[in-house]
Design a protein around this ligand. Sequence first.
Ligand code: TA6
Length: 291
Amino acid sequence: MTTLSSVSYQTNEFGVDYIQINNNHAKAEICLYGGHVTRFTPKTDNRERLWVSPNSLRDASRPIRGGVPICWPWFGDFKRSPLFLASEHQNATFPAHGFLRTQNWSVESVTENTNGTSLSLKPNTTTGIGFSHKAEVIFVVTVGRELTLDLITKNTGDAPLTYSCALHTYFAVDDISQTRLSGLSGGYLDKTRGFNQFETPNNYQFTSETDRVHLCTAETVTINHGFETGVNSYGHDSLVVWNPWAENSTSMQDMTDDGYQSMLCVETAITQLPGRMLAPGELHSLRQVIT
Ligand code: TA6
């Protein structure tokens, strides 16, 4: 495994492997279970951009609650995904958000230059119940003044494939009740109201459970919480905004009762039917850049 001065490898008490990156620009951490980025702290302000629940399990028994879960080859509920209708297993039980976030990943390459450190990660397999296509997935994490995440899917088969996906990023906020989003517009589908469509509010605040798929391909969304966290998206067809609020936070074992107050998910995603189609040999990157 390539070693560079800015990269070190550790194993936690449960035998789960982590990568620590510490270069001139930032510190970051990636858990190889799930290819899961768990920390990004730029050295310009030493403010952690990502949120991870203190109750998150770290034993690879379920996805880490926080950081950047990788949702692939579907986002959300399989039965609402582009894959469901073509599936031969329509009565089977499918994991939410696909099966890459519960796999062990490996490091394909590590490179470093004055702009930062780039790591290419690959999952153990890209086949699983609900998805039998031949595909290659590479997740490229670039740690610099910004955190750049590229989820690249390549169709390595001889037939078209269709998928959905998301970079399901949990952002740290000082206080959700004092947090505002800017940059979103147009309609959104509200999971808390039967996936009916509503209009994005101008003054986007949070006062209750929020679970929205914005049919918006805005490149820049800003999380204003006394500080401005930038979320830049590319190759997406939607942006998902989620905060579980108090009742769900209390009921979720890997959340603390007040956990919802210090986090907000803004997810760069492909969620809309008919899904993203790739012709044989074609590849597509879903990119999120965090500033
Ligand atoms: O992205 C929002 C969402 O789909 C919510 O509906 C909620 O289920 C959240 O993802 C977390 O999902 P998880 O499977 O990680 O608990």
